[in-house]
Design a protein around this ligand. Structure first.
Ligand SMILES: Cc1cc2nc3c(=O)[nH]c(=O)nc-3n(C[C@H](O)[C@H](O)[C@H](O)COP(=O)(O)OP(=O)(O)OC[C@H]3O[C@@H](n4cnc5c(N)ncnc54)[C@H](O)[C@@H]3O)c2cc1C
Length: 409
């Protein structure tokens, strides 16, 4: 632990998490890595198919102790040190580095675990449950990366717009170019507000100061925040490159790397669909919707006398409507709710971002900190928060999508 929290470059360690195998990353139930108790030590045998930061000193990984049942239930969590005390590799062979679209600064490897010594984390069993807190942190970090990428691209775009002259004046003076950048800024402001809301809640949980309502809200917001911000980063990176014209497509400007790097954000740490289904499960089985709606309603109530009161009323209407709409979707059957999962998630994520952004906007106005966040909140709510699908519409769409996808039996 001291190595993992150290800020001293000579002392600090980084950590990986090796879950994905050939059989799957979203679905780890087919994990084939075996853990054997051998001469007092646990040793792991298997192949890990995607291991990022293979330069890290330690990693958390899943393995099936010999004799454990099939499926996710038989998995346990182990801590692996990549090297032994004498500096030699701890029974870990790098089969190859992945040849990736982006994130090339980060080596991602396929690894063979050939009797690598490992330490069980706590008692054996409940491996997937035990690694979940780590995923919550990496998902928040994913969102922070998404915000960082958007911020940097917007800075570069603004700089370019002031210098690049087309049709007799700088791009910065073209109303339509300004409109394009404004739309990107709205994405960034919403992403940042939602991400910081999650960071605030995670901080409270870690400090032991979170209420049950806050814990439940964080449970729902974590997958929503990750999935929304990752998609925003890809869309913003694509639009940003276009904003540089041909230069955005040419490697020596250093710009294409942003799009390549952004594209991983919706894939690792849970794809959009996988996280949408995770959010649906949290709603259906963990009762997180009411606490989420309760805290949102109170925060919006506090905006009743602010310049954002009208938007706050509209958000409240939609949030109060959510439990009934989701109940109707669930009643229409598991396939209907599942097929609408992504739209449900994007709607709840959009509303969550709207609440955080409106709060930020009102605060900034009240404290003389500019109108940007308030303007962004109004536009986000008006244009970027999809309505929850109705049960009838989702039911009709289920059959049509089976045909449209080309995958109907
Ligand atoms: C650069 C990079 C680095 C990585 N580093 C690591 C690492 O360090 N450690 C690690 O453990 N993993 C790592 N991964 C793996 C990554 O986490 C997985 O690739 C990711 O979780 C997706 O899993 P999968 O590849 O099995 O895709 P699949 O699960 O096969 O998904 C394929 C598609 O099916 C969809 N899908 C899957 N299930 C459902 C469902 N039930 N309903 C609807 N749609 C569904 C997905 O959304 C996706 O679009 C890395 C991946 C990349 C690209």
């Amino acid at each position: 632990m001291p190595h993992l929290t150290s800020r001293d470059p000579d002392q600090l360690w980084t950590s990986g998490q090796w879950m994905t195998e050939r059989s799957g990353g979203s679905d780890v139930s087919g994990t084939a890595t075996v853990a054997r108790h051998d001469g007092g030590d646990w040793r792991l045998w298997g192949t890990k198919w995607f291991t990022s930061a293979v330069t890290s000193e330690v990693a958390l990984t899943l393995a099936r102790p010999e004799g454990s049942p099939e499926g996710s239930a038989g998995l346990s969590l182990f801590l692996v040190e990549q090297r032994r005390a004498d500096g030699t590799r701890n029974g870990i062979r790098i089969l190859r580095l992945k040849d990736k679209l982006g994130t090339r600064a980060l080596p991602t490897a396929e690894l063979a675990l050939e009797g690598c010594r490992a330490e069980p984390v706590g008692d054996l069993g409940r491996g997937v449950k035990k690694i979940t807190p780590l995923l919550n942190i990496t998902r928040l970090h994913n969102a922070i990366s998404a915000c960082g990428m958007m911020a940097r691209l917007l800075q570069l775009l603004r700089d370019y717009a002031r210098r690049r002259v087309a049709f007799g004046s700088p791009l910065a003076r073209k109303p339509l170019h300004r409109e394009t950048l404004a739309a990107l800024q709205v994405e960034y402001e919403a992403a940042l507000a939602l991400t910081f809301d999650c960071a605030r809640l995670l901080g409270k949980v870690e400090a032991g100061e979170a209420s049950e309502e806050e814990r439940a809200t964080l449970r729902l917001l974590t997958p929503l925040c990750k999935l929304l911000t990752a998609r925003q980063a890809v869309a913003v990176a694509s639009e940003a490159l276009e904003g540089f014209g041909g230069a955005g497509y040419v490697e020596d400007t250093g710009l294409p790397v942003w799009l390549r790097d952004a594209q991983v954000l919706p894939i690792w740490e849970g794809t959009t669909n996988v996280l949408s289904l995770d959010a649906l499960r949290a709603v259906a089985r963990e009762g997180v919707l009411e606490p989420w709606a309760g805290q949102a309603a109170r925060r919006l109530e506090a905006l009743a006398s602010s310049p954002l009161a009208e938007g706050a009323r509209e958000m409240r209407r939609r949030i109060e409507e959510a439990p009934r709409a989701l109940g109707a979707l669930a009643a229409a059957g598991p396939e209907v709710a599942e097929s609408a999962g992504r739209r449900i998630a994007l709607s709840l994520a959009g509303l969550s971002a709207a609440v955080a952004l409106a709060e930020q906007g009102a605060w900034a106005l009240a404290h003389g900190r500019g109108e940007r966040a308030a303007l962004a909140a109004e536009r986000w709510l008006a244009q970027r928060v999809p309505e929850l699908p109705s049960a009838d519409e989702a039911t009709a769409r289920l059959a049509a999508s089976a045909a449209l996808s080309g995958l109907a039996e």
